[in-house]
Design a protein around this ligand. Sequence first.
Ligand code: RAM
Length: 333
Amino acid sequence: MMKNKRSLLLGTVLFAGVTMLAQPAFAADKIALVVKSLGNGFFDAANQGAQDAAKEIGGIEIIYTGPAKATAEGQIEIINTLIAQNVKAIVISANDPDALVPVLKKAMQRGIKVVSFDSGVRKDGRLMHLAPSSTELIGQKLVTMAEDAGGKNAEIAVLSATAQATNQNAWIAVMKKVLAEPAHKGLKLDAVVYGDDQTDKSYREAQGLFKSHPNLKVIVAPTTVGIAAAAKAVQDEKKVGQIFVTGLGLPSEMAGHVHSKAVKNFAIWNPIDLGYSSIYAAQAFIKGAKSEAGTKISLGKVGTVTLDKENEAAMAEPFTYDESNVDKFAKFF
Ligand code: RAM
């Protein structure tokens, strides 16, 4: 009897030992990638890059998440769940610069490292913002492309994402500044409308612009969802040649619209690199990087950036696509 009990105990100890060996020594750190909304190809590409970074770094699991619609309320709900799950870091593209600050502060108080990427959170709600490119450059580029498409005296309209989106609002502000310069005095901004990064709403907003502005020449959509929807509306309503669409798009979603000639040109940065880099940035803070001007943040194979006084850093210049190169890049993103 004694003997049996002892061997049972021994067996249990041995079994426990084997189970421990079979499992990794430490559970993977969870980093959440919270995007504006799910179902957006731009963020799917960013997630691809995030997964690449996680593999390279090792011991990290990415939770790719976001609300169904691009709202701050949806993101707040998700962040509360992530806090309860004890994630190590939250990497977020914000639907509002201010509304998320309280919940992100709560996350940071619990030791969770918060980084915004793509669309920023106000300085006190995150440790760093990683911008894909300089806001100034993007705003200028949007005006230049509108002029290339519609000429120097075109009526233009902006079809944006949501009305609170940090990134689009910053680009539109630069556009307005550039449009006020004498060099662009021929361009007339008819309207700014919002498709909320939903395909159907963006499509309807484009149709609305056709009706309310009969002399409209160019729709500038600084959103990958909006630009594709507007180009489709131009094609469906047989306005190719009369109205051009430009802005920020994914080559994979825009190639057909470039070939149909609804779109002459558009721009974007590499969304895969952006997602990859933002995970490296989060990892830097997990490892103790300081949130202050001058801090150098390694972005893995993409390079290194330095935080400015707003604790922000920008990556590369946006790249322009047209008939000559769109197919080549459509394979990637
Ligand atoms: C949409 C989103 C995203 C933006 C791109 C260009 O996918 O609004 O935030 O960076 O467009």
